[in-house]
Design a protein around this ligand. Structure first.
Ligand code: PNS
Length: 161
């Protein structure tokens, strides 16, 4: 297994995402972090270009990680970038339900396998949506987002209140 695609919204990247990215980079030759961009859907809080720029900052120390944008079906993105499989993180049993469904569908419609990493206990409670909420009301983001991005994320979220 050489190249894996780790897809997500990353709106914004959290320490939970970074846990999965770091562990995937240790197990596979190359990790493509795929930021989903579906023009038909609401764009989220951070523009996709900003999410990608933040991810690139966060993964700067790794030489086997690239950050790319994708739109459309995940299975098509996997084939387009010649990845061998998908990587996702699992936090809770609620994640499990949805992730199993997506993994099975992606295998059925595109022959794409999914590898799961069990979220580290320190990050199991962290989600981008709660980070957005906390940041919007000026709450502390220490330990929730990569330290190098903390002030950028905090400022951007406060401005949206
Ligand atoms: O970070 P998220 O929002 O949990 O990531 C969800 C994502 C991007 C992995 C999922 O929405 C996705 O794969 N979207 C691409 C469209 C697609 O392939 N949908 C069918 C999935 S079975």
């Amino acid at each position: 297994m050489k190249t894996v695609l780790y897809p997500g919204s990353f709106d914004p990247v959290t320490v939970g995402h970074m846990d999965i990215i770091a562990r995937a980079a240790a197990q596979f030759e190359r990790v493509i972090v795929g930021v989903v961009h579906n023009p038909q859907k609401p764009s989220g809080v951070f523009p996709v270009a900003v999410r990608m720029e933040m991810l690139r900052t966060a993964v700067k120390a790794y030489d086997n990680i690239v950050v790319q944008e994708f739109s459309g079906l995940l299975v098509d993105a996997v084939h387009a970038c010649s990845a061998d499989a998908v990587v996702r993180g699992l936090r809770t049993s609620a994640d499990l339900e949805t992730e199993m469904q997506m993994a099975r569908l992606n295998r059925q419609i595109g022959g794409v396998e999914t590898f799961f990493f069990a979220a580290t206990p320190e990050a199991v409670h962290i989600s981008a949506s709660f980070v957005r909420d906390i940041g919007r009301y000026g709450g502390r983001l220490e330990g929730l987002v990569p330290e190098v991005l903390r002030s950028q994320i905090a400022e951007a979220l406060r401005e949206r209140q």
